[in-house]
Design a protein around this ligand. Structure first.
Ligand SMILES: Cc1cc2nc3c(=O)[nH]c(=O)nc-3n(C[C@H](O)[C@H](O)[C@H](O)COP(=O)(O)O)c2cc1C
Length: 357
């Protein structure tokens, strides 16, 4: 309960950084009073990485230490890691990471510029006032010197494209584990030595589950795609989602307004559709709706007769639900229109675009 909580925060494209992260975590866990959490800086579609949780900026001050891992990109930290760090300005100006121990490790290809890259990592973390923990030459006596190794005094690296032996090498794995263990010792020693001023930043993210609970909003299971498309696509910081009124495996109140269903029934279907949108969105942000920056646009398409004109009233159900959940961030641009038919005889379809972290 009084264990040191240590985040192993990585960006990885092909899994090399993740391989080192697992060794770092093993070293951390070898200290009795330390627990490690491996998280990504952004979602990954790589099969070996996609089940890993994604970290939020706001949770960083909660940890007693953070080990950062990234690929080497042109003698520097990777774009993914750089993007994530560039969003930590609110933590910086709140002094939220000052005094938090930090450690770095990297996966390189040939190893070109690896120490420049490690140094670049240190530069960013020093600006945050983090306590940078070096490796020195710890453990290097045992390294097999007959092959190139990724040891460095600033942090372990591996050279993934040098294939004489499996990478990370046995020696690199051992040094990573030693780095993790030493980092855990330092984090434990410094645990509870800095003032706690992080609650408000963190509360913001936790509050979404509370809001849903208070408002009795239960997100349904993410509907499975009914054709060759994805439930959502993320492009840059935008997430695109389209849903119909599927509820418990069938379409709620199907048919044409004024012929098969009433306005009230279409409103119920609209709510069910928007809940599906929110459920998919929740998946797109790794279960943390606090990562939603803005609902950008909603488009409501309703199955109506040619002379129907009250589409806006129907769509308000979706818009109000969005505002209820996200407050100001739920305010969006909107389009509504009627159609003579909608797939699977749904009375409504909603297209949504959200900006996310
Ligand atoms: C844009 C880009 C730049 C890179 N620059 C370097 C470099 O300067 N030095 C190097 O050794 N490897 C470089 N690499 C190779 C990666 O560091 C290497 O593939 C690494 O193992 C990727 O880590 P991952 O497996 O965790 O994704 C670069 C790769 C990319 C995509």
């Amino acid at each position: 309960q009084n264990k040191a909580k240590i985040l192993v925060l990585i960006h990885s494209d092909n899994g090399g950084t993740y391989e080192l992260a697992k060794e770092i975590a093993k070293g951390i866990e070898s200290e009795n009073n330390a627990t490690s959490y491996i998280k990504l800086v952004k979602p990954s579609q790589n099969p070996s990485l996609k089940s890993l949780p994604v970290a939020t900026i706001d949770e960083l001050p909660n940890y007693d230490g953070i080990a950062f891992g990234s690929p080497v990109y042109f003698g520097n930290i990777s774009t993914g890691m750089s993007e994530f760090l560039s969003k930590t300005v609110p933590l910086w100006t709140n002094h939220a990471l000052e005094g938090v121990p930090a450690s770095v490790f990297m996966s390189a290809g040939s190893g070109a510029g690896k120490e420049l890259a490690l140094q670049a990592f240190w530069n960013s973390l020093a600006v945050h006032g983090m306590i940078l923990v070096s490796n020195g030459i710890r453990g290097t006596e045992e390294l097999n010197k007959a092959i190139p190794q990724g040891n460095s005094v600033l942090g372990i690296t591996t050279m993934a494209s040098l294939k004489d032996v499996e990478r990370p090498t046995k020696g690199e794995r051992t040094l990573a584990e030693l780095q993790g263990r030493n980092f855990a010792k330092v984090s434990l020693a410094l645990k509870d030595t800095r003032p706690k001023k992080t609650t408000s930043i963190v509360e913001n993210h936790q509050s979404f589950n509370e809001i849903l609970k208070q408002k009795n909003i239960v997100l349904p299971q993410v509907p499975k795609p009914a054709g060759s498309y994805q439930p959502f696509v993320r492009s840059g910081n935008l997430v695109f989602i389209n849903q119909v009124a599927l509820k418990d495996g069938k379409i709620l109140n199907p048919g044409k307004l004024g012929v098969d269903v009433t306005e009230q029934q279409v409103k119920e279907a609209t709510k069910a559709t928007m809940l599906n949108v929110l459920s998919v969105l929740n998946e797109a942000v790794g279960g943390d709706l606090g990562r939603v920056k803005q609902c950008v646009q909603l488009t409501g398409i309703f199955n109506t007769k040619d002379d129907y004109t009250q589409h806006a009233d129907l769509m308000n159900i979706a818009s109000n639900l969005t505002a209820e959940v996200f407050g100001d961030k739920g305010k969006h641009a909107r389009a509504t229109f009627g159609a003579s038919s909608i797939p699977v005889n749904s009375s409504v379809e909603i297209q949504a675009v959200f900006e996310v972290e």
